[in-house]
Design a protein around this ligand. Structure first.
Ligand code: ARG
Length: 253
């Protein structure tokens, strides 16, 4: 009897906790006066740190969303592979991190309209003579939980020990420079920005995938999704996103 009571109590507690979880609707965000962006700021030009501040294309976009909602923006930096689950559980208002729309992610979160088209690219040591068709036989560094990892493991059937996962692409690039791996696979503009800062590295100008970026919100958070879409559409109509990319590619390179 006691056990049943304890169990019932535990179930009740879990249920009430789940019930308490606030969905960051537009109403809630305006009540709090702040919009919280979850990101991984090691991905120039989309998000990176400069003079102790979070900056980048996604930060510029998020500032416009905040402005349109009349609230402040707060940026929270975390590991990329935790962002989708964090959005799902209502930590922060949304995830903006050059996130590629993928079916398994769409099961966990809702995505905004697409705002950038991208691809994975291979970075190699200059003059290594490596070509993209050798990828399945190489040891490749990727940022954990990104489409670069899925390209290697899922699309190319590479073994676990051939795909080295790092917290950031910059750390992977360091291991490439040291010769610990043969290449790094990461999104186009971050790859270009890494190569622009490292004379000993080069980019193979061959898109490996086709991807679209979107902003992730908690499933069913339609008021916020509509607000985000309206701002994104306005920025695209005004040519602002291209402008942000140009600004930040200049700064990062
Ligand atoms: N577009 C890739 C993906 O969604 C990589 C994104 C990495 N973003 C970041 N801010 N580190 O998997």
């Amino acid at each position: 009897m006691k056990r049943i009571l304890a169990l019932a109590l535990a179930v009740l507690m879990v249920l009430s906790l789940a019930g308490c979880k606030k969905t960051p609707t537009v109403e809630q965000i305006q009540k709090d006066g702040k919009l919280v962006m979850l990101t991984n700021a090691a991905f120039p030009p989309f998000e990176y740190v400069e003079n102790n501040e979070f900056v980048g294309v996604d930060v510029d976009i998020a500032n416009e969303i905040a402005k349109d909602l009349g609230v402040e923006l707060e940026v929270v930096n975390m590991d990329f592979d935790g962002i989708i689950d964090a959005v799902k559980s209502g930590k922060g208002s949304f995830g903006a991190a050059g996130i590629t729309i993928k079916p398994d992610r769409q099961e966990k979160v809702d995505f905004s309209i697409e705002y950038v088209t991208s691809s994975q690219y291979l970075i190699i040591q200059k003059d290594s003579g490596i070509t993209a068709d050798q990828i399945p036989d190489l040891t490749i560094g990727v940022q954990a939980g990104t489409t670069g990892e899925f390209f290697c493991v899922d699309d190319n059937g590479m073994a676990e020990d051939q795909v080295k996962k790092y917290k950031t692409a910059l750390e992977a690039a360091n291991d490439l420079k040291n010769g610990r791996i043969d290449g790094v696979i990461i999104d186009q503009l971050p790859a270009e920005s890494i190569v622009a800062q490292n004379d000993d590295l080069e980019l193979i100008a061959e898109p490996l995938t086709e991807e679209k970026y979107a902003i992730a919100v908690q499933k069913g958070n339609d008021t916020l999704l509509e607000a985000i879409n309206a701002t994104l559409q306005r920025l695209m109509d005004e040519g602002k996103i291209d402008e942000y990319v140009l600004n930040h590619m200049g700064a990062a390179a």
